[in-house]
Design a protein around this ligand. Structure first.
Ligand code: SAM
Length: 381
């Protein structure tokens, strides 16, 4: 079957869509490697589903499908194994009293600024830049953050338990911590080791210094979060959005769905827990990394591919019983090993169309050529 590269006249590479549109409103509440471009989800949902339908995303990640479905009045359920990804998705989809949220975010920001000033004074008056108030129990955080950043982060964290919107504040702090890590400006997504010295920055074409403070990021992301939540609040409809935290090979679903729109992990490409390691070190999230399907840590060998195929098949077999007879199944995947033909056959999915798209601007530096297919199946009798 010859793949199509456009849908309703829209070029599926979305090459002309600027960064601010790709990361619009809640889609950039927190960076996430391996996320859908929202425009892709939108054009497929708009074409193949209608207001009032219900769809499922068994690999919900940061919740892009749910947000885009809601804007179109489509009900949605997402399943996701990683606690932190569920947190990102939940913060995106919850309906907040934004004035109340803003007040709380401003309040904790103000206190963190005061703390930072106090810390600076102490360090100057004792002529001791190593003065600190908090001690981290995480080796990772001590290694990847400058002492000043770490103190600001630990202060902010200590304030969260007194607050009502703890989930939003955890997202702001995780995002700020990610940016404050001792890494180069050009490798935020997959840094290998901390950088302590001045380095030649290939992004800015000059020498840059590793970041020494976190406050500026906490400040930036506080205002950014308020703005993004406000923007989505103006777009959201009454359609329902639910995240189930769990393993999609086993989750029991109570509803019937008009379809699936999902992007499974690709074999041996990304460790979805590990990419947010800083968040798992900051907060006591459960680490379900071992239950991830197709993690990068297992590689792309023969055995890994076989296991991947079995796992993906288990997911689709499990959820097929929750599909209505006319359901449409969309799977977005880089299927370079051609694993999905067998999976589809075993699930009795009938291939209707294949779309193909080059993927651009995947991460800050990673502008390499990469492509993915969008398989459109219907459920066989
Ligand atoms: C390609 S990402 C999906 C990204 C999503 N489309 C978005 O826009 O954010 C695949 C997701 O599948 C999740 N995952 C991996 N194994 C899983 C399992 N057994 N059950 C549920 N989710 C799983 C990963 O944690 C990851 O978030």
């Amino acid at each position: 079957m010859k793949p199509e590269t456009t849908l309703r006249g829209i070029d599926l590479s979305f090459a002309g869509v600027p960064e601010y549109e790709r990361t619009k409103h809640v889609h950039r509440l927190h960076p996430y490697l391996g996320k859908f471009i929202p425009q892709l989800v939108e054009v497929f949902l708009r074409t193949y589903f209608k207001t009032g339908d219900s769809i499922l995303d068994p690999f919900a990640g940061s919740g892009t499908t749910l947000v885009e479905a809601n804007i179109l009045g489509i009900n949605s359920v997402g399943i996701e194994i990683s606690d932190f990804n569920c947190l990102i998705a939940n913060v995106k989809i919850r309906d907040y009293d934004i004035e109340e949220v803003e007040k709380e975010i401003r309040d904790i920001l103000y206190k963190t600024r005061q703390f930072s000033l106090w810390l600076r004074e102490k360090q100057t008056s004792f002529a001791h830049s190593g003065f600190h108030k908090y001690v981290s129990d995480s080796e990772y955080l001590s290694e990847w953050l400058a002492p000043r950043s770490l103190q600001e982060i630990l202060f902010y964290r200590s304030q969260i338990s007194n607050c009502k919107h703890q989930d939003i504040l955890k997202i702001i702090l995780s995002r700020a911590t990610r940016s404050a890590r001792l890494i180069t400006h050009y490798d935020l997504a997959r840094p290998k080791k901390p950088v302590y010295e001045t380095y030649w920055c290939i992004k800015h074409r000059r020498y840059c210094e590793p970041v020494q403070e976190c406050l500026k990021f906490i400040n930036r992301y506080s205002w950014d979060t308020i703005r993004r939540l406000r923007e989505f609040a103006a777009l959201r409809t009454d359609a329902t959005m639910d995240i189930i935290r769990g393993d999609s090979r086993q989750v029991q679903l109570e509803r019937k769905f008009d379809g699936i729109f999902t992007s499974p992990p690709y074999v041996g490409l990304i460790d979805y827990h590990d990419q947010h390691r800083y968040a798992y070190e900051l907060f006591p999230f459960e680490d379900n990394g071992k239950k991830e399907i197709g993690p990068a840590s297992k590689g792309r060998g023969y055995e890994a591919k076989g296991q991947y195929q079995k796992d993906i098949l288990a997911v689709f077999k499990e959820i097929t019983s929750s599909l209505k007879p006319e359901a449409k199944v969309f799977i977005v995947v880089n299927d370079r090993d051609n694993l999905y033909a067998d999976i589809a056959e075993a699930c009795r999915f009938k291939l209707q169309k294949v779309y193909h798209r080059p993927v651009l601007k995947r991460t800050e530096r990673d502008n390499v050529r990469f492509s993915e297919s969008i398989y459109y199946f219907t459920v066989g009798k």
